[in-house]
Design a protein around this ligand. Structure first.
Ligand SMILES: [Zn+2]
Length: 458
């Protein structure tokens, strides 16, 4: 895919300059008290937006097998900058998705299962909240329920990633401009008083706090359910079929363009690309089947379509934006030791990356493609290019191996090398700060000179 990168030729300053610069900039930006934030290396560079794409559980071995079997490099392999991130959490070498997304979007390591909290249980501001504060638009797209750990990580602060209803409640109070995925059941009216309180704790220990109250989610007087709150601020879409069949170029509901959209297109998770029936039985001989009766049977082309329409809508707004796209189910292929599942989901995400890079050509947009961790301890044992590979899994859980980071666009140079997952936050924040200093603005709202009809790019 011959995307032309417009990576500016600035130099990255690696040393930290103290106080004065920070004081001078304090009226322009926030966050100068954060000790590890790089100092603004991108003055006067225009940044139209940042797209962070996560392949959940996507280790290098999955990428290698996908590339070998395809017989040619994947689109992600064409991104010019490559690095490696270390993924350990406060629990040890092995992270889960909750601690990993917290590290990536807040710059704080935390315990597995926790979202948006540091190791002491304090709320820590996410990059998405920072973006919102600065007047950027925000978007989150996933192929799981939007209450799943990774998409939730953009805006949510909870001590237990399994609290889907608490997460939905927080998302309704602190939503992105655009939210697309599954999880409808967690936003729907069930209990008239379903609203969790703020679950922040204030333990002072670096050990995992053992306060038995920490998992308690109490009710509040909040009378509205999440869906009712969102109805006041966003357009809503609940039909997968209508969403997919629409011939709008950007996001729309009933043929009308919308710029703030909550699209919950399955009761829980969206199906795998090839449908739930395509999965291998697990070690107990059981197949996971997450579909509700009116859920879509398959998910072919969904992620690409949703992502491209979203970026068009964001570009049309004329504001800078921060967007998260998650291919949630690569991880589930690893957990199930089902390499065909993992690879289909990885190809789906790679097609999405190719389409997004085509779409943003000519804009100053940083695009980062990485994983939160590796899943499966997967290895390729034998094979020939262009054919199915002989491969094996060591485990049905995550491993500690470093995961790759691919990047392109303004600021992408700083993503080379090896670093902690928390450094992804610092590097993206530095690019956001560049826009705070920039006097330039998007000059081609909508990017129409690059636009192809979605039907042509399918
Ligand atoms: Zn996992």
């Amino acid at each position: 895919m011959p995307a032309r990168d417009r990576t500016p030729t600035f130099r990255i300053r690696t040393q930290h300059t103290p106080g004065l610069l920070c004081l001078f900039l304090a009226s322009l930006i926030s966050g100068c008290d954060k000790p590890s934030e790089p100092d603004l290396p991108y003055g006067n560079q225009q940044v139209d937006g940042i797209i962070l794409i996560l392949g959940d559980g996507m280790g290098l071995s999955f990428i290698t097998q996908a590339s070998l079997e395809k017989g040619e490099p994947l689109a992600i392999e064409g991104m010019p900058v490559v690095g490696l991130q270390r993924t350990k959490s406060l629990d040890g070498s092995i992270t889960d998705s909750a601690a990993a997304i917290t590290a990536i979007v807040t710059g704080h390591k935390t315990f597995n299962g926790w979202i948006g909290l540091d190791g002491k249980g304090n709320h820590v501001r996410t990059l998405f909240e920072e973006a919102k504060q600065r007047g950027w638009n925000t978007a989150v797209i996933s192929t799981s329920s939007v209450t799943h750990a990774t998409p939730a990580g953009a805006f949510v602060h909870v001590v237990d990633r399994k609290q889907d209803e608490a997460i939905a409640w927080q998302l309704a109070h602190n939503p992105p401009d655009i939210l697309i995925g599954g999880g409808r059941q967690f936003f729907a009216p069930r209990n008239s008083d379903s609203g969790p309180s703020d679950p922040t704790m204030n333990s002072t220990s670096q050990e995992r706090p053992s306060d038995p109250g920490m998992n308690h989610i109490s009710r509040t007087n909040e009378s509205k359910v999440p869906m009712d709150l969102l109805r006041n601020t966003h357009s809503l879409e609940f039909s997968y079929v209508r969403f997919m069949k629409s011939d709008c170029d950007s996001l729309c509901v009933n043929g009308e363009s919308v710029d703030r959209l909550i699209a919950l297109l399955a009761d829980d998770h969206l199906p795998p690309v090839a449908g739930w029936d395509s999965l291998e039985p697990n070690e107990d001989g059981k197949k996971y089947h997450g579909a509700a009766p009116d859920d879509p049977p398959t998910r072919e082309g969904f992620l690409r379509l949703a992502s491209v329409r979203t970026v068009r809508t964001l570009l049309e707004s004329g504001k800078p934006f921060l967007m998260l796209v998650e291919g949630s189910q690569i991880d589930w292929g690893g957990h199930g030791k089902d390499i065909r599942y993992a690879l289909r989901e990885l190809y789906d995400l790679d097609e999405t990356v190719a389409a997004l890079r085509q779409e943003i050509r000519g804009h100053n947009i940083l695009i980062i493609f990485t994983a939160d961790h590796e899943t499966g301890g997967h290895a390729i044992l034998d094979g020939k290019p262009g054919q199915k590979q002989k491969a094996a899994f060591l485990t049905n859980y995550h491993t500690a191996v470093m995961v790759p980071v691919f990047a392109a666009g303004p600021g992408s140079e700083q993503f080379t090398g090896t670093y902690e997952n928390t450094d992804l936050h610092h590097k993206m924040l530095a690019v956001m700060n560049a826009f705070a200093l920039s006097s330039s603005r998007i000059t081609d709202p909508g990017g129409r000179q690059n636009r192809t009809r979605l039907s042509e790019s399918r």
